[in-house]
Design a protein around this ligand. Structure first.
Ligand code: NI
Length: 167
């Protein structure tokens, strides 16, 4: 397995719209395993392929404390939404930034697993928020885009400055 490089906002590549996965082969399963390793290493609870510069509709997630509930969503689609909830979100592509985002409280998602088998999942709480956040990534959207222009500007300046300091 290998650790993948996570793109950081405002990298333009984060705005790429991912295309559907069509082939379920070893290459895909290796990509999934590498994404899990990268996510766990970075102490994240979700990672979309877009964030590691792989522009296919693929998400890995594990919201459990003990890292024992790995979930894979290939070509995920939200088929039902209900209610509204506000949660302070963060993102591995926007390190150190947390802010409130309003999303649906409950979702029903339809997706394929790592072998291409279809499943449906009804989610609420953190899992529902995470699913919506990660599917946004596949559509080229980062959570800070829900914030005001002024906040987005401040975040861009902050992250660019930090990137320069890390060079
Ligand atoms: Ni994210």
């Amino acid at each position: 397995m290998a650790l993948l490089n996570i793109l950081h906002y405002p990298d333009e590549r984060l705005h790429t719209v991912a295309t559907p996965v069509q082939t379920f082969d070893d290459a895909l399963r290796i990509q999934i395993d590498n994404m899990f390793e990268t996510m766990y290493d970075a102490k994240g609870i979700g990672l979309a392929a877009t964030q590691v510069d792989f522009h296919k509709r693929l998400v890995v997630m594990d919201i459990s404390e003990d890292h024992n509930e790995p979930r894979v969503f290939v070509n995920p689609v939200i088929v039902e939404k209900e209610g509204e909830t506000v949660y302070e979100e963060g993102c591995l592509s926007v390190p150190g930034i947390y802010d409130k985002v309003t999303r649906a409280e409950k979702v029903k998602v339809r997706a394929l697993d790592r072998d291409g088998k279809e499943f449906e999942l009804e989610a609420d709480g953190l899992l529902a928020i995470c699913i919506q956040h990660e599917i946004d990534h596949l559509d080229g959207k980062v959570f800070v885009e829900y914030l005001s222009e002024m906040k987005q500007g401040r975040i861009r300046t902050k992250l660019k400055k930090r990137e320069r300091q890390n060079m």
